[in-house]
Design a protein around this ligand. Structure first.
Ligand SMILES: Nc1ncnc2c1ncn2[C@@H]1O[C@H](COP(=O)(O)OP(=O)(O)OP(=O)(O)O)[C@@H](O)[C@H]1O
Ligand SMILES: [Mg+2]
Length: 442
């Protein structure tokens, strides 16, 4: 006992000045030392408890691997509850460190995220705080404590702190090596020095675990995206192989047979000769299309034909299969960076529908460049119009729509009974300019 009392001198502020006898003074010192030891033990226990909770949550997220938002919610709630604080917000940097934004907040027992109602109306100055976090002391790796009216904070944040009675703001960076992923900020009302030390330790522990979880979740997402990309490439390759082994080979074989027939019977009646020539051209054209499909599915650049030339070739071929007159009007067209194939596919299907289903007297195919809109391709007939009850029967209308969506174009089908049908495709390039128009960029 003596050894203990001599090794821990009584702290001056804990000795009652009225205590006159040395026995009393020693007794007070011992009581104070014991109180401190108990306090330290409680803190250590609590700290271990928090660390264990944090690690457990991190392990849970490692196993589940999915719900990083739920994980952060659990963490900031336990942080606020354990620290008897008022609110906690999480700000994240994007992967390129260009943009910093608030991701979630837990305020007075309620969670707020961009998906929850009332996010936009939150009075918290999240943009001002985001700008401060992003620019204040680059390379910042330690937790920083601010007073509510700290002069380092932006005015909007100080005003908010005053209105919400925030006396202390602890901000812990989420850092991984040299990289900062974001920040956690813990707002507390009235506070003592002792509590501040404690909160500091808790937010440090929490921020480290949160960083690990966030990093892991992003890595897992990258792996998932890469796996999806690989699966998609494999599927595209499989389809390309199928097209090559069936359609391309089939058209090539038909073409050879037709050409052999042409060679062995040169003196056929003119109508049969013409039909045979058309069949040869159709087989050749579809073989080329099938080869293009294979080329597009396999990720290698295909030598694209100009859209105007493709449309002329298409209309030329279809003219030979129908009695309906087909007009073609093509302006100078913008280049579409490899999307021409989809436009041609849409025109081909619309034209084939017009020929097969409309019983029209005339079909008009137009392709033009429209200022402020981009490319406009239309196939119009003056036939019977699409019967609503038939529109879901085939694959063509859906396939046209899907092709348009793939290139970010708008597809409209205007039709009325006995008044014909017009399929209109409108596509706007990212930075549109009319070819040869000197004023377009102004
Ligand atoms: N221009 C048109 N005039 C009249 N009816 C049309 C026209 N285009 C489409 N239709 C009607 O809409 C239906 C659906 O067209 P869609 O292109 O989806 O399928 P399909 O041409 O029947 O078959 P697929 O295109 O799969 O070979 C057609 O069956 C036809 O009844
Ligand atoms: Mg069709």
């Amino acid at each position: 006992m003596d050894a203990l009392t001599t090794s821990i001198p009584p702290p001056p502020d804990l000795v009652d000045p009225r205590a006159t006898s040395s026995v009393e003074a020693r007794h007070q010192a011992l009581t104070a030392a014991l109180a401190r030891a108990v306090d330290d033990r409680r803190r250590a226990e609590c700290m271990a408890h928090i660390q264990a909770d944090a690690v457990q949550l991190a392990l849970d997220v490692l196993v589940a691997g999915e719900d990083i938002t739920g994980y952060f919610k659990a963490f900031i709630k336990s942080l606020v509850d354990n620290c008897e604080s008022h609110a906690c917000g999480v700000w994240l940097l994007d992967e390129n460190d260009v943009c910093c934004d608030m991701w979630m907040a837990y305020i007075d027992g309620a969670f707020h995220t961009p998906e929850t109602e009332g996010w936009a109306a939150l009075t918290m100055p999240r943009e001002a705080m985001a700008a401060h976090l992003h620019t204040f002391a680059p390379g910042w790796t330690q937790t920083v404590e601010y007073a509510g009216d700290d002069h380092r904070l932006p005015d909007a944040v100080r005003r908010f702190n005053a209105d919400a009675s925030v006396a202390s703001l602890l901000v812990a960076p989420l850092t991984l090596g040299q990289k900062t992923l974001g920040w956690m900020a813990l707002a507390t009302g009235c506070t003592t020095d002792c509590e501040a030390v404690w909160r500091h330790a808790v937010i440090d522990a929490t921020a480290r675990q949160a960083t690990l979880a966030l990093h892991h979740s992003r890595q897992a997402e990258r792996v998932r995206v890469e796996a999806r990309r690989q699966a998609m490439l494999e599927e595209r390759n499989r389809i390309a192989r199928d097209i090559h082994d069936t359609l391309t080979q089939g058209f090539a074989a038909i073409l050879m047979q037709l050409q052999a027939a042409q060679r062995s019977a040169p003196d056929l009646p003119p109508q049969v000769t013409r039909s045979l020539e058309t069949a040869v051209d159709l087989a050749r054209s579809h073989m080329i299309e099938a080869r293009r499909s294979v080329g597009t599915l396999r990720p290698r650049p295909a030598d694209e034909e100009e859209l105007g030339a493709s449309l002329s070739r298409l209309v030329g071929l279809v003219r030979r299969t129908t009695e309906i007159p087909i007009d073609l009007k093509v302006d100078e067209l913008p280049t579409m960076g490899g999307m021409e194939r989809e436009v041609l596919g849409i025109a081909q299907e619309a034209l084939s529908n017009a020929v097969r289903h409309s019983s029209a007297r005339r079909i008009v195919v137009r392709a033009s460049t429209v200022r402020g809109l981009g490319l406009r391709v239309s196939v119009a007939d003056d036939g019977r119009g699409i019967d609503e009850s038939h529109s879901g029967r085939g694959f063509g209308l859906t396939s046209m729509q899907e092709r348009a969506e793939r290139i970010g174009a708008a597809l409209t089908v205007v039709t009325a009974p006995r008044a014909g049908t017009e399929v209109v495709l409108a596509w706007e390039p990212p930075s549109f300019s009319i070819p040869g128009d000197r004023h377009a960029a102004q």
